[in-house]
Design a protein around this ligand. Structure first.
Ligand code: BGP
Length: 469
């Protein structure tokens, strides 16, 4: 056993989002998830929607007390565009939404918890999808910048950490390429490429608004990285890995940190006739509005091999024409979520950021393990989630190794603090340090919550994991 000490001031925290925790408190504008659930409830596990979620809107005082009790010193949630804004075209404020988010700011402060406010977590107001085609539209990009400005103007003096988007690549994949979020398009390559570009532009425009206001904080973006591990060292497999990284990881990482798009991505989309429409002026906005820091979500690696078959896509386009999933034998899986567990990738990500992205300050903004039917682990009123503690300790051991080797990582946020609603999976898999009883809405600390308390107060933990890169 070795005690792993983390740097002074290290963030021990957790993340959630507005749509997954709050419950619908204002119906002025529906967001994409509200609409999707209202029109197709059968798409959601047990037909549970986001309307109550974990009732953060009513329970935030008690929730912050619980988060404090488990030792968190930082917490990310998101401001919902559909709740903060009154007139979407003008970006004017909705007083009811603002009053709620102000209460969140106060409560975090009262509990000495550093708040990170994110501006978009898959929750575009649905009318912008139906009226303008959502993120395919540059008008929507400008409306997002107005929303961002409104949030910064009203809350930017007190909140020191902001992020523009959570996992923007998921919007591209889920709504336009693989069809698992509304409007569930499959293979809409041209729109997907435009959405990829527009989201990068929207992030840069929001950063520009932030800078104009001369606020005392920092602004970043939250990206989910799924590093590619090719099946072999063959030229074809390695190329498949480069392609997967260019499309799924570097497409947001490079513009955010380096202010430009990866050449491999641009040349491939151009060759395939689906490159986005851009202007020199917009590219300059992207170039001159890079992030101050990164939040990186890590859940699982991407095992790839060369694409050996000709895909019969009938005019559709998906990036998998350049790579294929590799079913690696003997991997560890989280069977509930169907994701591979591979903690070493955290170290690889950290080294990649150090070596190729100027060692920019960053933190793990999500990492976690969703487990189905956790009530079976209930003993004397407490969920005994030892598997979650093991999961965190193993990932943190690799992160610690990377920090020892000079990675500029300043924190670790688990997904999630309090069990929350998930896109389509609803409450199937639970991730929290704190459980939610959906019938009573009682929120109760799990065993892992007490583990977090001990870890954050010691700023480290005794690890029995040997990590050798
Ligand atoms: C991330 C999202 C979160 C959260 C998490 C867990 O991709 O940013 O919002 O949902 O994944 O995944 P899931 O809820 O699909 O199990």
């Amino acid at each position: 056993m070795t005690f792993l000490q983390f740097p002074n001031g290290f963030w021990w925290g957790a993340a959630t989002s507005g749509p997954q925790s709050e419950g619908t408190f204002d119906k002025k504008h529906e967001n994409l998830m509200d609409y999707w659930f209202r029109t197709k409830p059968e798409d959601f596990h047990n037909q549970v929607g986001p309307n109550v979620a974990s009732d953060f809107y009513h329970q935030y005082e008690n929730d912050f007390k619980l988060l404090k009790e488990i030792g968190l010193n930082s917490y990310r949630t998101s401001i919902q565009w559909s709740r903060l804004i009154d007139d979407l075209e003008e970006g004017s404020v909705n007083p009811e939404g603002l009053a709620f988010y102000k209460k969140i700011v106060q409560e975090a402060k009262k509990n000495d918890i550093e708040l990170v406010f994110n501006l978009h977590h898959f929750d575009i107001p649905i009318e912008l999808v139906h009226k303008y085609g959502g993120w395919t539209s540059k008008h929507v990009v400008d409306l997002f910048a107005k929303f961002a400005k409104c949030a910064f103007t009203h809350l930017g003096k007190e909140v020191k950490y902001w992020t523009t988007f959570n996992e923007p690549i998921v919007i591209v994949e889920a709504s336009y390429l693989y069809g698992f979020h509304y409007p569930k398009y499959f293979g809409h390559g041209k729109e997907a490429a435009q959405v990829m570009y527009n989201l990068n532009l929207a992030s840069a425009k929001a950063i520009a608004e932030y800078k104009k206001l001369n606020l005392p904080g920092k602004i970043g973006i939250i990206l989910n990285l799924t590093p590619s591990y090719p099946r072999s060292n063959s030229k074809e497999d390695v190329y498949a890995g480069h392609m997967a990284d260019a499309m799924l990881n570097h497409s947001f990482l490079e513009p955010a940190v380096l202010g430009k798009f990866p050449e491999l991505l641009v040349s491939t989309l151009e060759k395939d006739g689906i490159l986005w429409q851009s202007s020199a002026e917009e590219m300059e906005i992207i170039r001159s509005n890079k992030v101050d820091f990164l939040g990186l979500n890590y859940y699982h690696p991407n095992r790839v091999k060369a694409q050996e078959q000709e895909l019969d896509l009938q005019g559709k386009w998906i990036p998998n024409i350049y790579f294929d999933d590799y079913k690696k034998p003997d991997i560890r899986m989280n069977p509930y979520r169907g994701w591979e567990i591979y903690p070493r990738a955290i170290y690889d990500i950290a080294m990649d950021i150090k070596n190729h992205y100027g060692n920019i300050p960053w933190y793990i903004s999500e990492n976690g393990m969703g487990v189905e039917n956790e009530a079976r682990f209930l003993e004397n009123g407490q969920i005994q989630d030892d598997y979650r503690i093991d999961f965190y300790e193993e990932h943190l051991s690799w992160l610690h190794k990377a920090i020892e080797e000079g990675s500029n990582c300043f924190g670790y946020h688990a997904w999630t603090g309090i069990d929350c609603w998930s896109w389509a999976n609803s409450y199937k898999n639970r991730y929290g340090f704190i459980s939610v009883d959906l019938e009573t809405q009682n929120h109760t600390i799990k065993k892992s919550g007490y583990w977090m308390k001990k870890t954050s107060s010691a700023n480290g933990f005794e690890s029995h994991y040997e990590v050798h890169p």
